[in-house]
Write a protein that binds this ligand. Sequence first.
Ligand SMILES: *Cc1c(COP(=O)(O)O)cnc(C)c1O
Length: 396
Amino acid sequence: MSKKNKPTYHPETQAIRIQSERTSHKEHSGPLYLTSSFTYDNAEHMRAAFADENDAYIYTRFSNPSVEEFINRMCALEGAEAGFATASGMSAVFGSFMAFLKTGDHLLSSSSIFGSTHTVITKFLPKWGIEHTYFDITQPETIEALIKPNTKMIFVETPSNPGLDVIDLEALAKIAKKHKVILNVDNCFATPVLQKPIALGVDLVTHSATKWIDGQGRVLGGVVVGRKELVDEVYAFCRSTGPAMSPFNAWVLSRSLETLHVRMARHAESALALATALEKNPHLEWVKYPFLPSHPQYAIAKKQMSAGGGIVCFEIKGGLERGGRFLDKLELLSLTANLGDSRSIASHPASTTHAKLSEAERLKVGITPGLIRISVGLEHLGDILQDIEQALEASK
Ligand SMILES: *Cc1c(COP(=O)(O)O)cnc(C)c1O
C-alpha cells in the first residue's frame, strides 16, 4: 500500500522523481527489490512489524519497495490518496469488485466493457449471489432509474474497449454520490495523462498497466487507486488472496511511467491525424475517434480528456469477410491481442476476441462485422497510414 502522496510538483515530474529511498550505494535509478520477504534485527522488531506498529516490509504479497514506487507514481498521476498494484488488469478489476460486493449486492455496469470483465460479471459474480444490470453507455439518462436499494457499485470504461464510447464522468459521479454508490472507472484507454477521473468525483480507478502504461508490450500489471479508506479494503482482500504485482514488473512499469507523458502525446497526435485522414477513405463506412467532431460524444470527450488517446476504430465496407482480408494484407501493423504498444496493432474483434458471441450479442456491445481497431504506435505516421491504405486497397 502506498504512503500518502505529497502533491508538490506537477504529476509528470512526480512520475519521474518519486523513487524508493536511496540505499547506501546512492544509486541514481530506483533499484529492483527482487525478494519475496524481508528480515528483522531481532524478535521485537519482527513482532512490531507483524503488529503493524512500524513501516517495516514483511512479505512481497503484501508490499515491496519496487511495487510501492510504482504505486506512488500512479497515485501522483491519478491524484489519488492510495493504491494497490496487482499482477494484471483483470486482478485489479476483480479485486475492486470483491473488496466491496457480497451476496445480495447489485452491480450496475456499462455493457461496453472489456471481454474478461464481462465474463467476471456474468459468469463468476453470480456464483457468489452478486447480481448485475447492464446499461447502454450511450444512454446515460437511463442509469439513475436502474439503481436499486442493493446497488453497491457503478462500473464504467471510458473510452470503452473496443467501441470508444465516452460517458460524462462528472455527471455520473453526481448520480453515484446522490445514491451513495461507489463509482469505479477503468481508465485504461485514456491513462491518467489524458483523463483524471478522481478530480471529476470518481471513487475508484482501475487500470490494466499492461497496455499504455507499459507501452512496449512486455509485462502484465494492474492497479487500483482511490481514497485511502476504499483502497484499504482492496488491500485487505488482495493481501490475503494473492494477486500481488511482481517487483520485476513494477520496476519495469515505473521506468515506463517516466515516459508516459511524452508517449501519450505522440500516440494521440498520430491517432488524431490518422483518424482525420481515414475519414476521407472511400473503403470505410465510418471512422470513430473521441477527438473527431463526428464522434457522438465529442463534446464530452473534449470536456474531460486532454487528448483523444491512441485507439482509432473504423468500419470497413464489406463486413466480416473483408475485415479478415484487410488483416492479411497488412505489412507493417502487427496482428496481436495487445494494445497500447510502441508498435501499431490492428485487430478485428468480430473474427477474434468476440468471435464466440452471436452477431446480435456483438452488435449490442457496438461490435459491427467490419469493425477494425487500430492501436496507433510510435512509428512514423506516414508509414502507419500508408500500410492501412494499401491494405484497404488490396482487400477490395
Ligand atoms: C486489457 C484490458 C483489461 C485487462 O487487463 P490485463 O492486464 O490484460 O489483465 C481491462 N480493461 C481494459 C479496458 C483492457 O483493455
